[in-house]
Design a protein around this ligand. Structure first.
Ligand code: AVI
Length: 324
């Protein structure tokens, strides 16, 4: 995934309200709180984005390959929910790999609109797609996809289909996920369709393994945020004094990722000093898991009508079509 491709991710409304847009302010707010927290959006610098790409290829990390297999196997059926001459709007386009599966199956598409905060990355992906799929107008929009943005003039009078794969919706707090779906409804407009990838609740051992891989890539991904604070905010975190912790919280239906302090210590970062007790953690990410029913309920609450669901044979992952 490109640097910043997911930088529009919010961690929770509470955290968002507490921190301004600057990384330094965010770090000071999160590390001054009890318990300490940081937003998952700061994982995705260049190193973090490369590590996330590695995660998607790990044997334990089933979501990416399972979603790709559903999209590939069910592309024809999913394309049946894409109206004639419509515009496909992808929210937070990390890579066009998944959209390409839908594009290949839906020659009725009139345009593809990748939306991402990183304009440089968008331009690269758009150029590659134009080369490979010359019949399709590609109209990139550089914007924070969680906020209001204008669709390109060329698709305003066409039917619109939103696409939000990867279970990125799981990194939102449920109330923020509903707010995102409401926002997508406002942007796409009446009559729109939305195709969303959602990771499902499953055996705890499978979930825990996916975020505690044997090669420790997820641990490096989590610890990278300390490295980023050292580099960008003059921090002096000793990475060997923290460890990656990830576990499935059954009550809240979410994987929680934390960085745990291995000793009593003080750390300087962003011009401030923070104390850590042994065992104290920084909560760095939530990854919510849904049942098909609980996701449908969330979508309904946000004003969308459920139209179809596709899953894999193990029921690990789901892709939903919603209608406004
Ligand atoms: C981007 N997102 C859907 C990933 C997830 O599974 O929640 C991020 C991730 N964190 C650790 N591994 C992968």
């Amino acid at each position: 995934m490109a640097a910043l491709a997911r930088s529009a991710l919010r961690y929770s409304a509470r955290h968002e309200a507490a921190a301004s847009d600057s990384f330094a302010d965010h770090v000071v707010a999160g590390l001054s709180d009890t318990p300490k927290w940081l937003s998952a959006k700061y994982f995705y610098d260049a190193a973090g984005s490369a590590l996330f790409e590695e995660i998607t290829r790990l044997p334990e990390y089933y979501p990416t390959r399972t979603e790709l297999s559903i999209l590939t196997r069910c592309a024809g059926e999913i394309a049946g929910y894409i109206p004639l001459s419509s515009g496909l709007v992808e929210f937070g386009t990390g890579s066009t790999k998944k959209a390409r599966i839908l594009i290949d199956a839906a020659p009725q598409l009139a345009a593809y609109v990748p939306v991402d905060i990183s304009s440089e990355f968008l331009a690269q992906e758009a150029a590659a797609l134009r080369r490979d799929v010359p019949w399709l107008p590609v109209l990139p929009v550089a914007a924070d996809f969680t906020r209001d943005f204008d669709l390109p003039q060329q698709i305003r009078s066409r039917p619109r289909v939103g696409f939000f794969p990867g279970s990125t919706i799981g990194n939102f707090e449920p109330e923020d996920a509903a707010e995102f779906l409401r926002q997508a409804a406002r942007v796409l407009g009446q009559g729109a369709t939305m195709i969303v990838g959602v990771d499902l609740i499953k055996d705890t051992a499978v979930l825990n393994a996916a975020y505690n891989d044997a090669a420790s890539v997820t641990a490096q991904f989590n610890l990278n945020i300390l490295m980023r604070m050292n580099r960008e905010l003059g921090g002096n975190f000793d990475l060997s004094s923290f460890r990656h912790r990830a576990f499935y919280n059954i009550e809240d239906h979410r994987i929680e990722m934390h960085l745990e302090s291995l000793k009593d210590q003080t750390v300087k970062v962003a011009g401030r000093t923070f104390s850590f007790e042994t065992g104290e953690t920084i909560h760095t990410e939530n990854s919510y898991k849904y049942t098909i029913e609980s996701f449908r309920a969330l979508a309904r609450e946000a004003g969308w009508r459920w139209a179809a669901t596709w899953t894999d044979e193990k029921n690990y992952f789901s892709v939903h079509a919603l209608r406004l």
